[in-house]
Design a protein around this ligand. Structure first.
Ligand SMILES: Cc1ncc(COP(=O)(O)O)c(C=O)c1O
Length: 365
């Protein structure tokens, strides 16, 4: 990464396989732009459902092994489109939202017009208690959550959320923006990594992270996806840019054809966690069983915001970029967050842990 003209070793972002600069992804985007133009210049409900869009949706359904899939202009819109569709299908009455969830779930939930009850991040007892308090007779919940919380680097207990939702005849919405591509044997995300599969779990995500491209996705049965397609988000917005769609197709193909990307990512994630574990930095997340994936993120708090910014600055002086963030989920004091990708070399991870060791010694809270 280059910042103010200086080059840094980059341990941030979400391009877990660095596909956003892969030559084949760039070439696909460029070719599609020259061949088809910027976009269709009309909405999908008019004449904007192009062959390219059909192709990306077929690819997604095949990759995720679902009946169907919808491609949306952004991942941010996935939760809005998905939760609205579930409401229109009459599948729930009230939304129980994990309060650690991404901004897009908060706004998506509010946009349904249904009552939204927030429960403490990953706290099953709290969820159970709030369900008992807020659900009237015959009322059904929608439990909404991120799959992988990207700042604290932890998975949602999706199976347990499902059990509680089913107890009251409800369903679960998972935004797995950070899990898809990188977790699970086939890279299908957090549910696959946890071994949780059910037709009562409905999924959305983005292609702007592991797949190196752009656009939101919603996955599931034919009837659910038809409902998403007939909803306001897809009928009312212009079809996404051809460059994004073509890059998405190529990104999915590359991830599908190269399971080695995940193996390398997990190897790097394990090495980072072991190296930082020796410094006493243990992310909240536990290692998932072998073959199911390792979360490639380590985050921790160390004193107050000023102290953490001093650590970040120390690393910058060493030519290493890690993030200090107060993004959703980081808590009031913020966190230091490091991300490894499948492209990092072991020596680079050693450079990071060596610099961090020095910084932690220097800036003890
Ligand atoms: C959990 C989560 N959901 C949704 C989004 C939004 O996706 P997009 O950037 O494709 O709009 C993000 C961030 O990009 C995210 O982290």
């Amino acid at each position: 990464m280059i910042l103010d003209g200086k080059k840094y070793l980059y341990f941030a972002g979400t391009s877990y396989f660095q596909l956003h600069t892969h030559p084949k992804v760039l070439e696909a985007a460029e070719d599609a732009t020259h061949k088809f133009g910027i976009g269709s210049a009309t909405t999908r409900a008019m004449t904007g459902t192009t062959p390219l869009l059909k192709k990306v949706e077929d690819k997604l359904a095949s990759y995720f092994n679902t009946e169907d899939a919808a491609y949306l202009p952004s991942g941010w819109l996935s939760s809005l489109a998905g939760m609205k569709a579930l409401d229109e299908m009459g599948l729930y009455d009230k939304i129980f939202l994990d309060e650690g969830s991404h901004y897009s779930l908060v706004d998506g939930a509010m946009a349904t017009g249904r009552p939204v009850i927030r429960f403490q991040n990953r706290n099953l007892k709290n969820l159970e208690k709030l369900m008992a308090k807020h659900l009237g007779p015959n009322e059904r919940p929608l439990v909404a959550t991120d799959g992988l919380f990207p700042v604290i680097a932890s998975l949602a207990p999706i199976g347990e959320y499902l059990d509680l939702a089913l107890k009251h005849g409800g369903v679960v919405w998972v935004d797995d923006a950070h899990g898809v591509g990188i977790l699970g044997l086939h890279g299908r995300g957090s549910c696959e990594a946890l071994g949780t599969r059910s037709d009562k779990i409905f999924l959305g995500a983005t292609l702007s992270k592991a797949f190196g491209s752009y656009g939101g996705i919603v996955l599931g049965s034919n009837s659910f996806i038809q409902q998403v397609r007939s909803g306001g988000v897809l009928t009312g917005s212009s079809s996404p840019m051809n460059a994004a769609v073509a890059a998405s197709i190529k990104g999915i193909e590359l991830v599908q054809e190269n399971p080695g990307f995940r193996i390398k990512l997990w190897e790097n994630a394990r090495f980072l966690k072991e190296s930082l574990g020796k410094l006493g930095i243990i992310s909240e997340s536990r290692h998932l069983p072998e073959m199911h994936g390792i979360i490639p993120v380590v985050s921790f708090s160390f004193g107050d915001a000023e102290n953490m910014k001093s650590i970040q600055n120390h690393l910058l002086e060493e030519g290493i970029y890690i993030q200090y963030t107060d993004y959703k989920g980081a808590g009031p004091g913020g966190m230091l967050r490091m991300v490894v990708t499948s492209s990092h070399k072991k020596v680079e991870i050693v450079r990071l842990s060596t610099a961090l060791k020095e910084a932690l010694g220097r800036f003890r809270p």
